[in-house]
Design a binder for this molecule. Sequence first.
Ligand SMILES: Cc1cc2nc3c(=O)[nH]c(=O)nc-3n(C[C@H](O)[C@H](O)[C@H](O)COP(=O)(O)O)c2cc1C
Length: 159
Amino acid sequence: MTKLLHISASARGESSLSRQAARRRLAQIRQRHPALAVSERDLGSEPPPHPPAALVEASLMPAADRGAAELAALAHSETLIAELEAAEFVLISTPMHNFSVPSALKAWIDQTGRFVARRLERPGCSPTGRYGCSSPVAGRSMKAPRPSAISSRLTCSTC
Ligand SMILES: Cc1cc2nc3c(=O)[nH]c(=O)nc-3n(C[C@H](O)[C@H](O)[C@H](O)COP(=O)(O)O)c2cc1C
């Protein structure tokens, strides 16, 4: 079974053109993957909160140091990340809002960015700054080389 997570970002429900385009795309994908299991995350009807300070601080802490308050602050982010981890493919359908993605989709990206950070191999670390070698979050340095598998996991390039 092929698992696909469909992220929809329009607030326009079934009137949404991007959602209708996604339905057509899903029908095409199903032709190639008949055993496709699709799970839906509708950011338009249920927008995730923009990350509050408590989430940001908790995400920067070493996991071993997090207490109940930090785990509670990360709970929604963990739910969204678990959906990503369960999927082999992700389809994002979104309108453009003011030359960018809708704020609900940006909030989802901010809430799930830790998913990518977790998957980074940690071959090296940044020599300076907050992500420096002595930092507890040194492995999150975006200056370190990243495996190309990350981007291919986040897109469905074959269908
Ligand atoms: C607040 C808002 C901002 C928009 N900004 C842009 C834009 O910057 N560029 C663009 O091409 N379309 C823009 N649009 C048009 C939408 O992207 C377009 O209508 C799209 O088809 C809506 O998708 P949906 O039907 O899935 O919601 C905007 C629409 C709204 C409501």
